[in-house]
Ligand binder design. Structure first.
Ligand SMILES: [Zn+2]
Length: 162
C-alpha cells in the first residue's frame, strides 16, 4: 500500500512502507533515532507522547518473527534488553508492555510501552493499552508534555549511545 507522508520540512513523499522509510533514514522521526544496531532501529513515535515509549523496527523488510535470521534474532533480543535497561535506569520505568503484530501495514516493529500510575485508570492489562495510547494522543499533545517527552528521548539516547 502506497501512502503519502509529509516530512518535517513540509515535503510530501510517497512510501510503500513507513518502517522502511524510517529505518533507511528517508524519514527522520521527531526526536531522532534513539539507538541503531546492525539490524534494528529504535525511535519514539511522538504522536503518542508518553515518556520512554520506544519502537524497535527491523531494518530489513520482513513481517514475521520467524523470518528473522539467527543473527537478527540475537540482535533483536539484545537491543530490546538494552533499551529496557535504559528505561529503568534513566527514566525509572518499572514495567513495560511489549506489542508486536504481524498483520501490519508497516514491517516488523515492536512497541515498548512503559506503564505509569496514571494508566491504571484505563485498566490493568492488555485491554487498557489502546485507550492509554488514544488518551496520550488526544489529551497529552501539549507543549509542556511534549517537552517532557523530548527531554526523556534525549536522556535515553545519551544513555544508549555512551
Ligand atoms: Zn518495510
Amino acid at each position: 500500500m502506497v501512502r503519502n507522508i509529509t516530512l518535517s520540512n513540509g515535503k510530501e513523499v510517497e512510501v510503500e512502507c513507513l518502517s522502511c522509510a524510517l529505518t533507511s533514514g528517508l524519514i527522520e522521526p521527531d526526536g531522532g533515532v534513539v539507538f541503531e544496531s546492525e539490524y534494528f532501529h529504535a525511535h519514539q513515535d511522538v504522536a503518542y507522547p508518553i515518556k520512554g515509549l520506544i519502537i524497535i523496527a527491523s531494518k530489513r523488510h520482513v513481517t514475521c518473527l520467524d523470518e528473522l535470521t539467527d543473527d537478527e534474532k540475537i540482535d533483536y533480543i539484545k537491543i530490546m534488553s538494552k533499551i529496557r535497561q535504559a528505561q529503568r535506569e534513566v527514566l525509572g520505568i518499572e514495567y513495560v508492555y511489549y506489542f508486536y503484530n504481524e498483520d501490519t501495514t508497516h514491517h516488523f516493529h515492536t512497541w515498548m510501552v512503559p506503564r505509569y500510575e496514571w494508566m491504571y485508570e484505563f485498566g490493568r492489562s492488555v485491554e487498557s493499552v489502546r485507550p492509554v495510547l488514544l488518551h496520550a494522543r488526544n489529551n497529552m499533545n501539549n507543549i509542556e508534555n511534549i517537552q517532557y517527552v523530548m527531554e526523556a528521548i534525549n536522556s535515553i539516547t545519551k544513555k544508549l549511545n555512551e
